[in-house]
Design a protein around this ligand. Structure first.
Ligand code: HEM
Length: 439
């Protein structure tokens, strides 16, 4: 095993790199990545983090040496009450069994069955749009949350939209290292902690309501029915684990898809040629109807637009791991218990892998570029890759093609894009002007 330790980023006495790490999170990580040092040690106050920027090392952590890593203990401490042993935080046998149980609901054939529902829900929201400005983040949540709960939990109750949006946001803000609450116990009544408890209650109540609806005898064929069947058969899964999984899916599956779509539409409003191309593709493929399964393979420009938006603004912009044992990564010694930070935002903007990395250029995806697999990883990778990746990609094609077929869009303001930052990034000001198409 190697004994070489990674170089350290110079910082201030006692504070280390705390201030730039927290205050200028994107710029600081991009600067470190530009040093091309594969792994860098950073002092964030008293805590030492290892920033991993090189695709080969990321591959080792996600795939070849994934058994040597686990989800960070701090994440379990801060979010354990919310996500319990759901897929995001669990490990070992519990995770194995749950992933195996849920995976079939996210396979291509199953996602194909959701496309009509996705189209109907998206159509229901956008057909009410008028000639005015809309905040895309809120509008996209009005689409992605009903799609999620209807396809996976079999409920059409629109009251859940606000509750899930608010609850999920409160949970993700709780794991925000720039806030004081991150360093204080849960019971301290800071605004973030109070919001967290309120949000968790909203989600717990929503789980209870959905389960009560289901007990009334609605017979569905969805993710919830798979979980309930496993519990009835007395497999390891019980009521608490079903609740953990539902809260995990509600949080992971509502925000990131909505944020990604909001970023994409904001970018498109500022890149009219790209949008015209998207409209031309939607017209040719959809021919005025809602998208169908056979349309999906033909919406290639739509897919490239979405991929490029996920490159520039990956909603899950940073991923944490902790070494469960001593291990060598990229030739460096990583002691047991080391906190590893992997930042897609910065690696996605590394000019070694992307020419003019800050430019929104969907055309770069037209040909297969010879770049390492983990130069681009908006959905993570290896065994813990996002279970909802295919779901999100399909939903995006449905929503974007539908909007392009019906509306012209343009910027609603000239401010630069601003972000809300926690474990996720979401746009604060993704307002655009929509106008029914005249052509
Ligand atoms: C654009 C949309 C999405 C993005 C960018 C995204 C991103 C990610 C990323 C990066 C991870 C890996 C986290 C890690 O390795 O620590 C992840 C995991 C996960 N995502 Fe997503 N996600 C999206 C949509 C969804 C959807 C639609 C669902 C559910 C319907 C979902 C459910 C999950 C779950 C349950 C995990 C944990 C998987 C496991 O550890 O087994 N995500 N997501």
């Amino acid at each position: 095993m190697s004994t070489t330790i990674p170089p350290k980023v110079e910082g201030q006495p006692l504070l280390g790199s705390l201030i730039p790490f927290l205050r200028r999170p994107f710029e600081f990580r991009e600067k470190c990545t530009a040093e091309h040092e594969s792994i860098l040690r950073i002092d964030v106050g008293p805590k030492e983090l290892y920033l991993v920027t090189d695709p080969e090392d990321i591959e080792e952590i996600f795939i070849t040496k994934s058994d040597s890593f686990q989800k960070p203990e701090l994440m379990r401490e801060r979010l354990g009450d919310a996500f319990g042993n759901g897929l995001l935080l669990s490990g070992g046998e519990i995770w194995d069994a749950q992933r195996e149980l849920a995976q079939p609901e996210f396979e291509a054939s199953r996602i194909g069955e959701y496309i009509d529902q996705m189209g109907t829900i998206a159509h229901g929201v956008v057909s009410n749009w008028d000639n005015k400005n809309y905040d895309m983040r809120a509008e996209m949540e009005r689409i992605t949350i009903p799609i999620l709960v209807e396809c996976l939990f079999g409920t059409e109750n629109v009251e859940y939209v606000q509750r899930i949006a608010e609850g999920a946001e409160a949970l993700t803000m709780k794991y925000k290292p720039t806030s004081l609450s991150f360093y204080l116990p849960d019971w301290v009544p800071t605004p973030i902690n109070m919001r967290y408890h309120r949000g968790l209650k909203l989600l717990d109540n929503t789980v209870d309501d959905i389960l009560t609806e289901r007990n009334r005898g609605v017979n569905r064929d969805d993710l919830l029915s798979v979980l309930l069947k496993a519990a009835n058969e007395d497999r390891y899964i019980d009521r608490k684990l079903i609740r953990d999984e539902m809260i995990t899916i509600m949080t992971g599956g509502s925000g990131p898809p909505a944020f990604a779509l909001a970023y994409t539409l904001f970018l498109l409003a500022h890149h009219p040629r790209q949008y015209e191309q998207l409209q031309a593709e939607a017209d040719a493929v959809l021919d005025g109807a809602n998208p169908t399964i056979s349309d999906m393979a033909e919406l290639t420009h739509t897919e490239h637009v979405y991929k490029e938006s996920l490159r520039l603004y990956p909603p899950v912009w940073t991923i944490g791991r902790e070494s469960a044992e001593s291990v060598t990564i990229g030739g460096y010694h990583i002691p047991k218990g080391t906190s590893m930070v992997i930042t897609s935002w910065a690696t996605h903007r590394d000019e070694r892998f992307f020419e003019k990395p800050k430019v929104f250029d969907p055309g770069r995806w037209d040909q297969d570029q010879n770049r390492p697999q983990f130069a681009y990883f908006p959905f993570g990778g290896g065994p813990r890759i996002c279970i909802g990746k295919r779901f999100a990609l399909t939903e995006a094609k449905v929503v974007l093609s539908l909007i392009a077929s019906k509306y012209d869009i343009e910027p609603a303001h000239t401010e630069s894009l601003d972000h809300r930052v926690s474990t996720h990034i979401s746009p604060k000001n993704a307002e655009i002007r929509v106008q029914p198409r005249q052509d």
